[in-house]
Design a protein around this ligand. Structure first.
Ligand SMILES: Cc1ncc(COP(=O)(O)O)c(C=O)c1O
Length: 418
């Protein structure tokens, strides 16, 4: 193992904040965690915020008339306000707490989609998408006869914006639903440009921010987004909490999603009137402690700075890509350039990606292998699966060195030649 050289961030200090790195895996090997695109590790401040809430502030929120409930409500709303500031929202009521990105996108399909789309209306998405930004639109197509179009990529893994323009010019497109960053190729899509094209054609823009909000500075107003979906667990927060953001005027014109407690103004035996946003979209008891812990995650990310995190991941990519490219039989996917996030998908000779991941695991290197919930993209690339390494603020060059050494070992074991 080479000496660990922090790039821009003080990675040694950051790693000390993440208790998971104190453990070993596979008979005493230090953990090389390269699967943050699936879920991130958690700093002690987030773990403490979660445990601390249950230890000292636990009560249900919003309707309690006693100190503990008031305190829990305040902490929940403080987390909302912090998340709102983090993404440049105009007001904290624009933040709807949901479980994850998947739920946020489904909420848009079930509220905006179900109330605004008619048979023949078009939703444009792309072949880069995670299934969570495809299946809800297929469901609406089956139920309401909307049409779903897919923008292709070019051979570098970048979106064909010319195709998007053609769809927008020739078809009744009501929504463009695109991922900001591809979880399989790392492509960073030009959101500002896509927003301009969509808006010129009178369509709204939904951005899947699952892989961007944790890694890049995001300002929803500057980017001209209409809906943004993201997951807490990929940005140092706990499982079970995510966000749908939308402009206040847009959100407050939408019908509710789930019905029940918390989302109403009045209920009679004849019917109900929905409450204001965001309560209208948060039926039932929310994940209060998870939201509070997400607030702590945002606080941690802000203290380090998203620009510094992005810079760090770029440095790791610059270090990793040429070293990986020298491995016999490797094929790297995704664009090379400034529009690449810290995600590296590859195949190694004829070795099945699962076998590659299994060998890496014996070396203590945790990566993901499979279709990454992007089956249309895999088909477009002509593969059934890839192996994927993904970086975050706690990774360093030593992790890349261990990855490269373990891949070279896999080549030896399977007899892959250059
Ligand atoms: C780009 C992208 N979108 C959506 C999702 C779904 O996220 P979740 O499972 O947290 O809903 C993921 C998860 O990997 C993702 O990478």
């Amino acid at each position: 193992m080479t000496a660990s050289k922090p790039v821009q961030l003080d990675v040694a200090r950051i790693r000390a904040d993440f208790p998971i790195f104190q453990r070993t895996v596979r008979d005493g090997k230090p953990l090389v965690y390269l699967d943050s695109a699936a879920t991130s590790q958690k700093p002690v401040s987030v773990i403490e915020a979660l445990a601390g809430f249950y230890r000292t502030s636990n009560a249900n929120i919003h309707r309690g008339i006693y100190e503990l409930s008031e305190e829990a409500s305040i902490r929940y709303e403080e987390a909302r306000a912090r998340v709102a500031r983090f993404i440049g929202a105009a007001r904290s009521e624009e933040i709807v707490f949901v479980r994850n990105t998947t739920e946020a996108i489904n909420m848009v399909a079930r509220t905006w989609g179900a109330s605004r789309l008619r048979a023949g209306d078009v939703v444009v998405t792309t072949v880069l998408e995670h299934h969570s930004n495809i299946v809800p639109w297929h469901q609406l197509a089956a139920e309401r006869g909307i049409v779903v179009r897919f923008v292709d990529i070019d051979d570098t893994g970048r979106l064909r914006l010319d195709q998007l323009e053609t769809f927008l010019r020739n078809e009744p497109v009501k929504l463009v639903a695109v991922t900001h960053v591809s979880n399989a190729l790392g492509t960073i899509n030009p959101v500002r440009e896509i927003a301009r094209l969509a808006h010129e054609a009178g369509a709204l823009l939904l951005i899947d921010g699952a892989q961007s909000v944790p890694h890049l500075p995001i300002d929803v107003r500057e980017l001209s987004i209409d809906f943004l979906a993201f997951s807490g667990h990929k940005m140092l927060g706990p499982f079970g909490i995510g966000v749908l953001w939308a402009r206040y005027e847009l959100l407050s014109a939408l019908p509710p999603f789930l019905g029940g407690g918390g989302m109403i103004r009045t209920v009679t035996t004849e019917g109900f009137t929905p409450g204001d946003v965001p309560a209208r979209f948060e039926a039932g008891t929310p994940s209060v402690a998870d939201a509070v812990a997400l607030g702590a995650a945002v606080e941690y990310l802000e203290a380090i700075g998203l620009a510094a995190i992005r810079q760090h991941e770029v440095s790791l990519l610059d270090y990793a890509l040429p070293r990986l490219a020298e491995i016999p039989g490797i094929r790297l996917y995704g664009p090379v350039g400034a529009d690449r996030a810290g995600v590296i998908s590859f195949t190694l000779g004829d070795i099945h990606p699962h076998d590659v991941a299994a060998i890496l695991d014996t070396h203590g290197v945790a990566v993901r292998a499979g279709h990454h919930c992007t089956q249309p993209l895999m088909r477009r690339l002509g593969v059934t699966a890839t192996t994927r390494a993904s970086f975050y603020l706690y990774n360093w060059e030593a992790d890349v060195d261990r990855l490269v050494a373990a891949l070279r070992e896999a080549c030896r074991v399977f007899g892959v030649a250059g």
